[in-house]
Design a binder for this molecule. Structure first.
Ligand SMILES: C[S@@+](CC[C@H](N)C(=O)[O-])C[C@H]1O[C@@H](n2cnc3c(N)ncnc32)[C@H](O)[C@@H]1O
Length: 452
């Protein structure tokens, strides 16, 4: 879409949603990025912004379910844009009860006329009106349990099977349902500049209601508004971050004055959290493989008035050959991962991830972890985290790591919210979206044993 320079926004929310969905479908863009760019570029107002987001994400989230509903009504194969138009219209009819179904049908017909011709418009009209009259079939009709869950929650069947095998049907079903809920808007209070109560008051002055989380004290949940547009954000009182991403810095718990290394740091969400925890005293060296991403860390530290972070472009798999060995008190590896925990924010990844993509990730993660061992002081602590839910990737990496590095020992995760503390086992915690209404996340902690 962006390649062809086609204008996404013409003042019509459904039309814009269709353009975004088509671009995502053609792998020209990620849904979250294109949606954000569109909203910023065209300065789309709050009401339209909310509906555009809801329709785009909702349609993507429920794509497989919508196709199941549409199948009996669509004869033969239709062009991709027509199928997406049908999906987004049926999404409104079926899931957005506040939108009168006839309005959704009329809009679809107008779009079909504009983008296609009268024949397509009549077909779209016929299909949607038939659905209005007859209703959609229930997913309960699907005999096979795995297939039923996959279609009903719109996840690929291979992933559902993999999840059920690992986590059981109950946990899996809850997680899959959670993946289809809108993501909460959470921010982290910059405790160098404000207390949670002060940050709440600042946001209140800008008309945004913020509530302190029941899990982590520095986390606020926002209702309405856009955190990134607030003065509280621009002046560095808050950072936009999912609550689960606030766990690693809490678990590593670096103290003021320490020398800390963040090996996969960009854009700096956790680097800045570490510095806040250290009261801006000591040092944090923030590495990332991609030099251009380091600017994002610098922007964040400048905005938050953090002075102890230095950045360096470095491949974590080679870091020990460049940095001084055994010179860091604490190390964080927030590793590149399969990202299956963030499906609420990036629903398109449900349909694009392939099992083959996972294998190489563990090799990369183990390479970075091995370098961390050499760089860590004896008695130093290491935290490894990912934003994914996959036992083989997370626990598999931990097991392989411990087997290869006998001087490293898994330790109890400290500073977890009480509600999560008992979910950990053997120094590892898999956070499911249902635990804190957050992204899915994984954290593990280790200490380097002192050698005699
Ligand atoms: C999950 S993201 C980190 C997010 C970051 N910790 C935060 O909280 O904002 C993983 C990062 O690892 C970087 N990365 C990938 N491979 C790497 C490597 N071999 N060495 C260092 N960084 C790497 C990616 O560029 C990406 O920025």
């Amino acid at each position: 879409m962006t390649k062809k320079k086609q204008q996404i926004w013409n003042g019509n929310v459904r039309d814009a949603a269709l353009s975004i969905l088509l671009a995502v479908d053609k792998n020209q863009a990620y849904s979250n990025l294109l949606l954000h760019q569109t909203i910023e570029k065209y300065k789309i107002e709050a009401k339209d912004r909310a509906l555009l987001t809801e329709i785009t994400y909702g349609t993507l989230q429920h794509k497989l379910t919508l196709d199941y509903y549409l199948a009996p009504f669509v004869r033969g194969k239709v062009e991709a844009w027509v199928q997406w138009l049908l999906r987004l219209s049926l999404f409104q009819m079926h899931y957005l009860t506040r939108i009168p179904p006839h309005a959704a049908v009329n809009e679809a017909v107008e779009i079909a006329k504009r983008r296609g011709h009268q024949g397509i418009a009549s077909m779209v009209n016929g299909i949607l009106r038939s659905i209005l009259r007859q209703g959609v079939r229930s997913t309960d009709e699907i005999q096979d349990e795995m297939e039923r869950l996959a279609i009903a929650t719109s996840h690929p069947q291979w992933l559902v099977e993999r999840y059920i095998e690992t986590y059981g049907i109950e946990q899996t079903a809850t997680m899959l349902a959670c993946n289809n809920l809108p993501a909460k808007q959470t921010v982290r209070v910059n405790t160098l500049k404000a207390t949670p109560a002060e940050a709440i008051a600042l946001l209140e002055q800008e008309g945004i209601t913020a509530v302190q989380s029941e899990f982590l004290p520095e986390c606020l949940t926002l209702t309405g508004g856009q955190a990134a547009r607030t003065e509280a954000f621009k002046k560095g009182f808050i950072t936009i971050q999912d609550e689960s991403s606030m766990l690693p810095a809490n678990v590593l718990n670096p103290q003021p004055g320490m020398r800390v290394l963040d090996m996969c740091a960009a854009p700096g969400g956790k680097t800045t959290h570490l510095a806040e925890k250290m009261h801006n005293q000591g040092s944090v060296l923030a590495l990332d493989l991609h030099p251009h991403k380091l600017e994002l860390i610098d922007e964040n530290t400048a905005r938050l008035d953090i002075e102890i972070v230095q950045t360096a472009p470095l491949d974590g798999r080679k870091a020990a050959s460049i940095l001084q060995k055994e010179s860091f008190d604490a190390i964080l590896i927030d590793a590149p991962c399969s990202g299956l925990g963030v499906m609420r924010r990036k629903p398109d990844i449900k349909y694009t991830k392939r099992l083959e993509d996972f294998a190489n990730l563990q090799v990369i993660q183990l390479g970075i972890l091995a370098n961390a061992v050499e760089l860590l002081k004896p008695n130093g602590r290491l935290v490894y985290s990912t934003c994914t839910i996959d036992k083989e990737e997370n626990e598999g990496t931990v097991q392989a790591f411990l087997a290869a590095h006998p001087m490293m020992e898994a330790i109890l995760l400290e500073n977890l919210p009480q509600q999560l503390a008992e979910e950990q086992h053997n120094g590892m915690l898999q956070v499911f979206p249902q635990h804190m209404d957050s992204d899915g996340f994984f954290v593990a902690a280790f200490v380097k044993k002192e050698t005699n």
